[in-house]
Write a protein that binds this ligand. Structure first.
Ligand code: ASP
Length: 332
């Protein structure tokens, strides 16, 4: 039986051309993209495409555009076997992480891909990324949100962009890859199992969030300003979840919690996790009642916070869900 795949074009380097006047890369018409890859046509595949209204460089990504893309998936969900989202690499890990929360009970593949070099260029990585992403979406083996890039299929909410120069632009530091593409595509046992539930698309994402990255010497006034700027704050702390033991820092955190803010702690380190109580320097968070985000990526933590704050649920529920593994984003 023919597999029906919908390609959703959102912009990114993959579909860009050089603007001769400005000498910068800008998004171009998606039809040109498909003409550039005739190999995508196959007897077993029914491939259709759709584009968001205004394709963008993904550095211009915004939760409103997440909703536009999510609605494309929602409106076409029953008619396709899988979805491939063409997206710029810069914020792909954020969008893909957000989608893992926005699309609940997903039973089909939603594969994000893009490229480091535009498709029209001779050494482009776009062709391979796109062709294999489509093949994976059509395989019926995947029923979750993923990123496919340079031979690796990653769990969306475990992925980070780590390289601007190499073709291996992404990594999933605390989670095994879901599949590897060589001569054959080898799917791993960590793939999420299919479940027979109705898809629920969550469209409310709060932007009342901030990220506070600590560094030695950061001014208390800076910390205070960031904590005051939003309802939900992700703190990127040192090493295994540590921070200065300055009582004024702890007091700022406590004040934030008293003001009903949701504050959570993750590590600046790519590998490993924030843990509770290993060092004295973990105490500021413990004393103030900050949630420990363990091995969540920054991308997963901030989008999970946006997702949870967007739901009509109280603080206690948000805190409880934050510490619960909802879509495989955090290790047990
Ligand atoms: N700036 C581009 C984007 O994220 C980079 C890329 O696609 O690789 O849209």
């Amino acid at each position: 039986m023919k597999q029906k795949i919908l390609l959703v074009y959102t912009g990114g380097t993959i579909g860009m051309v050089r603007d001769k006047e400005k000498n910068t890369l800008v998004p171009f018409n998606f039809d040109g993209l498909l003409k550039a890859i005739p190999e995508l046509k196959s007897e077993e595949l029914d491939l259709e495409n759709i584009s968001i209204k205004n394709p963008i460089d993904s550095s211009n990504m915004h939760p409103n555009i997440w909703v536009e893309i999510a609605e494309i998936i929602e409106n076409n969900y029953a008619n396709y076997d899988g979805f491939v989202i063409l997206h710029g690499t810069d914020t792909m890990a954020y969008t893909a992480s957000a989608f893992s929360f926005m699309l609940e009970n997903l039973n089909k593949a939603v594969i994000f891909t893009g490229s480091q070099i535009p498709i029209g260029s001779r050494r482009s990585d776009a062709k391979e990324n796109l062709i294999t992403a489509v093949e994976i979406a059509a395989s019926r083996k995947v029923s979750e949100v993923c990123i496919y890039f340079e031979d690796q299929l990653y769990k969306a909410n475990r992925t980070v962009k780590v390289n601007t120069e190499h073709f291996e632009a992404f990594e999933s530091p605390n989670y095994p890859v879901l599949a590897e593409a060589g001569v054959n595509i080898k799917y791993k046992s960590v793939l999420q199992k299919k479940q027979n539930k109705e898809l629920v698309v969550h469209k409310n994402c709060s932007d009342d969030v901030a990220i506070l990255k600590l560094f030695p010497g950061i001014k208390l006034a800076t910390i205070e300003a960031i904590l005051n700027s939003a309802k939900g704050i992700v703190i990127e702390s040192f090493g295994a979840g540590n921070a200065s033991t300055d009582p004024e820092f702890t007091s700022l955190l406590s004040q934030g919690i008293q003001q009903a803010k949701i504050i959570m702690n993750i590590s600046q380190c790519l590998h490993g996790e924030a843990v509770r109580g290993q060092y004295e320097t973990n105490e500021p968070f413990e004393k103030a009642g900050v949630i420990c985000g363990k091995d969540m990526t920054t991308e997963a933590a901030i989008t999970k916070l946006m997702f949870l704050l967007g739901q009509e649920i109280g603080n206690d529920k948000i805190k409880q869900l934050f510490q619960t593994d909802l879509r495989g984003e955090v290790s047990k």
